[in-house]
Design a protein around this ligand. Structure first.
Ligand code: DX5
Ligand code: ZN
Length: 222
């Protein structure tokens, strides 16, 4: 089954608590498998969002696992704060560190799942040196920094190459530009987790849209 994760960057920040509570109470088909949080520092990407306190406060409203996507420089500064916010998985960008294996070990030491994100122009080759330790790969479908950007179609090929080369123990996710038009192709290429922001929230009914995306993916899987 493919895991679906709404990116709260596309939700209104004025009503984040209500949005999380609505997801928590949703019927099973409309309930996210994870909630995706985009932390941006204005340096690694040209945008600012929020810090770990936002996750910590929202954590009280839901039991849905939290998925933190760190688009920050010095990601090692934020790992303990993510653990304190009871985050399930922390994904760091390989472009943001010179010491990827050490950073992943730091995340796992805190009992969290360690993920690596690759920008569109970053080769899969960088993962060779992480080896069997890689638990999760997040393939970016856009250059990170903003929601609502155009999906780069080469992402599908990259997911397929990753799936062919990485151990089966590594889950592959896709983030950026995911919608009902590309979700089935991404899943067929090997994605087992999809992040969706604007395609879920822009229509005004994220629960119904998530349910429709789940049904589309399920139909495409069979
Ligand atoms: C991009 C973020 C994504 C993004 C998703 O920098 O990591 O999570 O907000 O939004 P959409 O689905 O609109 O690309
Ligand atoms: Zn993200």
């Amino acid at each position: 089954m493919v895991a679906l994760a709404p990116s709260l960057l596309s939700a209104s920040f004025a009503t984040l608590g209500e949005t999380v509570a609505a997801f928590e109470d949703a019927e099973p088909a409309a309930r996210p498998d994870l909630l995706h949080f985009d932390l941006m520092d204005g340096h690694f990407v040209p945008n600012l969002t929020f810090g770990t306190k936002v996750m910590q406060d929202l954590r009280e409203l839901s039991t849905i696992p939290f998925d933190a996507h760190l688009m920050v420089e010095n990601p090692e500064h934020y790992i303990d704060l993510c653990a304190a916010a009871s985050v399930e998985r922390v994904t760091v960008h390989t472009e943001a560190t010179h010491q990827l294996p050490r950073l992943l070990a730091q995340i796992r030491k805190q009992g969290m799942v360690a993920g690596v994100a690759l920008n569109p122009a970053t080769s899969l080759e960088t993962l060779r040196w992480v080896g069997e330790d890689l638990q999760f790969l997040l393939v970016m479908g856009v250059d990170p920094g903003f929601s609502g950007q155009h999906f780069l179609p080469q992402t599908i090929e990259k997911v397929a190459a990753a799936r062919a080369n990485l151990p089966k123990t590594c889950t592959i996710g896709v983030d950026g530009g995911v919608d009902a038009n590309n979700a089935v192709d991404l899943v067929r290429a090997g994605a087992a987790m999809l992040v969706a922001g604007s395609s879920l929230f822009d229509g005004g009914n994220p629960l119904e849209t998530l349910k429709a995306l789940r049904n589309a993916v399920k139909a495409g899987e069979s």
